[in-house]
Ligand binder design. Structure first.
Ligand code: SF4
Length: 383
């Protein structure tokens, strides 16, 4: 059984801001954007929304880096309109960055982090638990047991669908008290009944977030994805440093590289002397797309003036100081843009002002085509 067809109405804007992923939150966020005349461009670069972007980044990093048992609860004061706006729009900003990355690993990790955060928040939120759970389950009722603790009863259809995704004996139907088509979630494994019910609901939140991201990604075109090149670069580059063993975040697919990066790499490889701008660009761009320092240093190994320790030192300086890679205008001025009009249709686009936008657009196309391949395979399987 999927989520309930209709969600209970929620008029409390503080609640919608605290749980912005709720389906009822979509209209709330839309209205907020309209009333404050905020466009996507504003969200990306308007100075007065810097706080939203900073919180969005923190939220994104927090969700993606989340370790078991550790997550931060927002300190934003949602009793004020500005606080509600910052909370809700920071979620939207994080979601747009993740969607515009078209990176499956980043996407699933963010969804998992947001769903886990929701799980914890709900477990502690006795006041709002009922309305949130009714959004995701077809029913829920609470009873006090003989010990005075709360038992949460959920419909068996919901339980049977969701429990296989959760590990542990607690979640096997044979181990749960049942009554007239309902399953009892009482305290267990160190958690209260409400926390156990939240764990179950987390599964629906994950599904619903995935669906919301898929819908959003379908609507994102090359130009829109390119607008998020800068924030996507920041998160990819941060994550590549911090979670490299576990989730290598690299743009290792060479076909996605923009011609300026490709030519710098191949020229050096062939022993051609690349100018200073080209070398700095090569190192800064490598960092931005998540390549390791070692890999970046290896690009210089055939340079005519190669010296291993100087290269390591200089690459390290660029990685440490977080240089932003040069944009198209600077690369053209310094003879590091190898394309002319008509050579590469992406480079001909008016909005293509930075090589990072190129790689974002390429990754979007790769993602869309892999989705199309999957669906044609599914259709073939149904024939
Ligand atoms: S137009 Fe920009 S992205 Fe394309 S090759 Fe030139 S510098 Fe690189």
């Amino acid at each position: 059984m999927p989520m309930p067809m209709t969600s209970p109405e929620i008029g409390d804007e503080g609640l919608l801001a605290r749980y912005p992923f709720l389906p009822q939150g979509r209209l709330f966020i839309k209205k907020m954007l309209e009333e404050n005349r905020i466009s996507v461009e504003d969200l990306i670069e308007a100075p007065w929304l810097e706080d939203v972007r900073v919180k969005g980044r923190l939220r994104l990093v927090d969700s993606v880096m989340q370790e078991e048992g550790a997550f931060s609860i927002s300190d934003i004061d949602i009793s004020t309109e500005v606080g509600r706006m910052t909370e809700a729009l920071s979620f939207l900003h994080a979601m747009l960055v993740v969607c515009a990355s078209f990176d499956e690993r980043l996407l699933s990790r963010w969804i998992e982090g947001e769903a886990s955060r929701a799980d914890r928040l709900m477990g502690m939120d006795s006041e709002n638990f009922s309305v949130i759970s009714s959004t995701y389950l077809s029913g829920i009722s609470v009873e006090r047991n003989g010990d005075g603790a709360e038992d949460y009863w959920v419909p068996m259809v919901d339980f049977i669908e969701l429990c296989p995704r959760i590990s542990g004996d607690y979640w096997r139907l044979v181990n749960r008290p049942t009554r007239d088509g309902w399953v009892c979630l009482d305290a267990g494994a160190g958690e209260s009944g409400r926390e156990r019910a939240s764990r179950l609901i987390k599964e629906r939140i994950r599904e619903s977030l995935r669906e919301a991201c898929d819908i959003r990604m379908e609507k994102i075109d090359d130009e829109f994805a390119a607008k998020f090149a800068d924030p996507v670069e920041r998160i990819v580059s941060l994550l590549s440093e911090r979670v490299k063993e576990e989730m290598p975040m690299t743009a290792a697919i060479r076909e996605d590289w923009p011609p300026c990066f490709e030519s710098a790499v191949s020229e050096l490889n062939q022993g051609v002397n690349v100018n200073h701008v080209g070398r700095v660009f090569l190192a800064a761009f490598s960092k931005a797309v998540g390549l390791s320092q070692e890999q970046t240093c290896s690009f210089f190994a055939n340079a005519p003036d190669y010296d291993s320790s100087t290269t390591s030192y200089q690459v390290n300086q660029i990685f440490e100081r977080e240089y932003t890679p040069h944009g198209c205008a600077a690369l053209k001025t310094n003879a590091r843009c190898p394309v002319g009009l008509g050579d590469d249709s992406l480079c001909d686009q008016e909005w293509l002002t930075h090589p990072l936008k190129y790689i974002r657009a390429k990754q979007r196309r790769r993602y869309v085509s892999s989705q199309n391949d999957d669906s044609s395979e599914e259709n073939a399987g149904n024939d």
